[in-house]
Design a protein around this ligand. Structure first.
Ligand code: UGA
Length: 449
């Protein structure tokens, strides 16, 4: 929305949310989301044609076009628990729009939704008390966190699905202000909804594929980066999304694939469901394999050993930790009674602690006293990479922040216990240099050195 406000100064953009604290943050100098370049855009448009408030009803009644961008988390209860998307928030939104609207409005689904949600949204809207009429469009978002501003400025494509050509055209004209027309694809509603889930499934599948190969590389002596390059130079495959890692994270891949799996099951397509589910199974395996490798390498015990965790976000240039591989690795290491000293340049301590608490909590009983105590005593969060590594038996790199590539490795080595282990879960460090200094380096998909 900030990008639309920036590119179209004549369009008034009003962002509303029920959460007052969240809105206050959007109105402050300290935005709730860290995203390179976003501060400048918000600062430029806020107060001009970009407004943040909690006046939901008034904003609905004033608007010509309404984007629904509420979250659709995986259901944690009832039918489809653990797979289906929870559409509670979408439905509440649609009901509120129906209640507060008059005249004709364009409703745009921005949230990632299971196929045919627009149908439900349309039916709820048609019950509007005031005789309002609506066109429903699907306009899924393809930006990736950390590169959001660039992705929005120069998208590969914008996708708009809808039934009424006129409605599709109206939204296309908004994006057309800065995006070449040939990049604005229009489809029917269902194709648009499914394309979003399918795009994420294909991307996650590539990461899981190269991660599966990384396990084989470790067993055979091949180097996964070399293999990725050899594969990726085939232009039919291409080099992107072939970076082996400790496992993909983020709020989208896992949720969307499970959602796709649920859809396939719903339509009786068992084999198709199993095929896509395997992408998630492989990702869980990759995270577990990493923590098991740490324990095995460190003489089969990390109990009471200090392990520095470099990076907690699900990737660099974001403060988002949802489904971050770091959560799973830290949890496994805590189960082994390791002492963790965690540093992430953008993630606050409270967020790290609450993610770890949630990872130990079960859905019915909550967090046990034993686990609460374990996190309290065995987790320390510090403000820089050096303090994290000081006196540590090992360093585990879990997010590919650029600053980890330029640390003074000699200083780190001198401050660590020997043998000094490094587990590079992102293959970003200069292995040859570290080995020369004396580190024992273990990377993803390469023989250990
Ligand atoms: C993803 C998609 O890339 C976006 O196109 C989509 O719009 C978005 O989900 C969404 O559904 O909203 P995002 O989750 O922000 O974007 O991040 P990605 O850059 O896709 O990375 C996801 C995870 O895969 C990260 O943990 C990343 O470190 C990992 N990854 C990515 C790898 O391990 N290797 C790679 O080669 C690429």
């Amino acid at each position: 929305m900030a990008m639309i406000a920036k590119q179209c100064p004549d369009i008034d953009v009003h962002v509303v949310d029920l959460n007052q604290a969240r809105i206050d943050q959007w109105n402050s100098d300290d935005l709730p989301v860290y995203e390179p370049g976003l501060d400048e855009i918000v600062r430029e448009a806020r107060g001009r044609n970009l407004k943040f408030s909690t006046q939901v009803d008034a904003a609905i009644s004033d608007a010509n076009i309404i984007f629904i961008a509420v979250n659709t988390p995986t259901k944690s209860f009832g039918i489809g628990a653990g797979r289906a998307a929870n559409l509670e928030f979408i439905e509440k939104c649609a009901r509120q729009i129906a209640k507060c609207s008059k005249g004709h409005k364009l409703i745009v689904e921005k949230s990632t939704l299971p196929v045919r949600t627009a149908e439900a949204v349309k039916r709820i809207l048609s019950s509007s008390a005031n005789g309002a009429t609506f066109d429903v469009l699907s306009n899924p978002e393809f930006l990736a966190e950390g590169t959001a501003v660039q992705d929005l400025l120069y998208p590969d494509r914008v996708l708009i699905g809808g039934e009424s050509l006129e409605a599709v055209e109206r939204l296309a004209q908004v994006y057309g202000r800065w995006i070449p027309r040939e990049r604005i694809l229009t489809t029917n509603l269902w194709s648009s909804e499914l394309s979003k889930l399918a795009a994420n499934a294909f991307l996650a599948q590539r990461v899981s594929s190269i991660n599966a190969i990384s396990a084989l590389c470790e067993a055979t002596g091949a180097d996964v980066d070399e293999v990725a390059k050899a594969i990726g130079t085939d232009s039919r495959i291409g080099p992107k999304f072939l970076k082996a890692s400790v496992g993909y994270g983020g709020s989208c891949f896992q949720k969307d694939i499970l959602n796709l799996v649920y859809l396939c099951e719903h339509f009786g397509l068992r084999e198709v469901a199993q095929y896509w589910e395997q992408v998630v199974v492989m990702n869980d395996y990759q995270k577990r394999r990493f923590s098991e490798r740490i324990v095995r390498t460190m003489f089969n015990t990390v109990s009471d050993k200090k392990i520095a965790i470099w990076g907690f976000a699900f990737k660099k240039d974001t403060n988002d930790t949802r489904e971050s591989a770091a959560i799973h690795v830290c949890r496994d290491l805590l189960e082994e009674r390791a002492r963790l000293v965690i540093y992430d340049p953008r993630v606050p301590e409270s967020q790290i602690r609450s993610e770890l608490e949630m990872s130990f909590a079960d859905s019915v009983g909550g967090l046990s006293d034993k686990h609460r105590k374990l996190i309290e005593t065995n987790v320390n969060v510090v403000g820089d990479a050096y303090s994290a590594a000081s006196e540590a038996h090992a360093i585990a790199v879990l997010t590919e922040w650029d600053e980890f590539k330029t640390v003074d490795s000699l200083r780190i080595f001198d401050d660590m216990r020997q043998p000094a282990f490094i587990f590079d879960g992102r293959n970003i460090l200069d292995r040859e240099k570290l080995v020369k200094i004396g580190f024992e380096v273990h990377s993803i998909g390469r023989p250990s050195k």
